[in-house]
Design a binder for this molecule. Structure first.
Ligand code: URA
Ligand code: CA
Length: 436
């Protein structure tokens, strides 16, 4: 089988066989197939797409290209969740303990962040003593004993995806739904979950800007799940403004704790209840969505989910008192209010620009080597649909640098992410659709 023939077949719009896709991925990972052939193939996929069967084959070939977590020794349906990325997304810190409190085992490997704010692992490091690295045995043992562990992804998971993603990034082939869907699902499958809940973000602050494309991506991922025997549900959610109010690592941990106490922002709480309900349903803890929803609400309101967070923190060496006293988290030296210049109703918050501003404050990394300041970030006081009067605080900066010019620039940038209108503002829904 010559690589050039595989490329030609895809160029001519014909579907590839399982063997052809396997050969392509194996050859690429081993270095036998050069980047120029792989990029020609990726461009052919960009224009001609892939069938559902091809997409599933590609996903499995990439999932098998490196280490695969074996969670089979943990009893029960292991449910994972994944978000396609947004700004201020703190859901894992809430959903992992929530699902575990219902008896759904959560064996989660998370990443660090690049850009915007940190990833889940960076946020967990804001908790004093929390160890993000466990051995495979410790990880499995902890899930068996307390039902949950969240660790830093280690080892060599989906090297094919890593290499291909790097290539797509520089060959204008990222924006292909089958390539995105297989990339995301290959990592979830290699991480060993039996069932997967996907939060597909849509809107100006999301990877997928249009609702149409977001639904197509969701359908492609659910279809992969069906084809490979991992039940998958995708929820399409709004990213026209950041989720919740906090952007920044310790600030987001605090917000997660508030939410687990039943005192979190409405949108974050609702999203966690929706995603959590799907996790409980997939995990076999409820016969219907409505029943799962009642259970999820009860776990939140009874404090059971917060109790599970305490257990999780303690099991991984952190100080569980943080769950009751969030003031123990790292805190910034300066709190700077950002006043609105004019009165009106907030009609849009540019989540991406806000993420960049949080990064400039030190909450995220511009390059992999950058050091993160866990304490800094931004807390919104107003969201889309809220009325603001002139001079009223619309956001607050949490800073560790006190240099007038820098503070002025950050204040200006934060103010600029808000669009304030004089007319009526129609708020877009938080949840657009559920694809099963
Ligand atoms: N996120 C991924 O993990 N893969 C893609 O291809 C795009 C976004
Ligand atoms: Ca299905």
């Amino acid at each position: 089988m010559r690589t050039v023939d595989i490329i030609q077949k895809k160029r001519d719009g014909k579907p590839l066989t399982t063997q052809e896709i396997e050969a392509l991925i194996q050859g690429y990972v081993s270095g036998e197939i050069p980047d120029y052939q792989m990029s020609a193939w990726a461009m052919a996929v960009y224009f001609n797409g892939m069938t559902a069967a091809e997409t599933a084959d590609l996903t499995l070939a990439m999932a098998r290209s490196g280490d695969q977590a074996d969670l089979s020794s943990i009893p029960g349906v292991k449910v994972d969740k994944h978000s396609t990325g947004g700004v201020g997304d703190t859901t894992t810190l809430i959903l992992a303990p929530l699902a575990a409190a219902a008896g759904v085992p959560v064996a989660k490997m998370s990443g660090r962040g690049l850009g915007h704010t940190g990833g889940t692992i960076d946020k967990l490091e804001a908790i004093e003593g929390y160890k993000v690295e466990l051995t495979k045995e410790q990880f499995l043992q902890q899930v068996k004993s307390i039902g949950v562990s969240v660790i830093s992804q280690s080892g060599n998971i989906t090297p094919a995806d890593k290499k291909l993603y790097g290539l797509r990034d520089v060959t204008a082939t990222v924006d292909s739904i089958p390539l995105i869907a297989s990339s995301i699902m290959s990592k979830k499958i290699a991480s060993g979950a039996d069932a997967i809940v996907l939060d597909v973000k849509t809107g100006s602050g999301a990877f997928m800007k249009s609702l149409d494309d977001s639904i197509k991506l969701a359908q492609a991922m659910v279809e992969i799940g069906d084809q490979v025997g991992r039940e998958t549900v995708a929820v399409i959610t709004n990213m026209d403004e950041p989720l919740g109010l906090a952007i920044g690592n310790a600030l987001e941990v605090r917000e997660a704790i508030d939410t687990l106490r039943g005192e979190g922002p409405a949108d974050l709480t609702e999203l966690c209840l929706v995603l959590g309900s799907h996790m409980l349903q997939l995990g076999g803890k409820a016969a219907s969505y409505d029943e799962a929803r009642r259970l999820a609400e009860e776990l939140l309101h009874s404090g059971a989910a917060l109790g599970k967070l305490r257990e999780l923190i303690a099991a991984q060496g952190g100080n569980p008192e943080v769950a009751d006293r969030p003031e123990l988290l790292p805190s910034a030296a300066y709190q700077v209010p950002v006043p609105a210049l004019q009165a009106g109703t907030v009609s849009h918050i540019d989540a991406e620009a806000l993420g960049v501003t949080a990064m400039m404050l030190g909450a995220g990394r511009a390059t992999k080597e950058d050091h993160i300041d866990l304490a800094v970030g931004i807390v919104l006081h107003k969201k889309v649909g809220d009325y603001v009067s002139a001079g009223e605080t619309i956001a607050e900066l949490y800073m560790n640098r006190n240099e007038p010019m820098f503070t002025e620039e950050m204040t200006q940038r934060t103010r600029d992410v808000f669009t304030v209108s004089s007319g009526e503002v129609v708020k877009s829904p938080l949840i657009y659709a559920v694809v099963t």
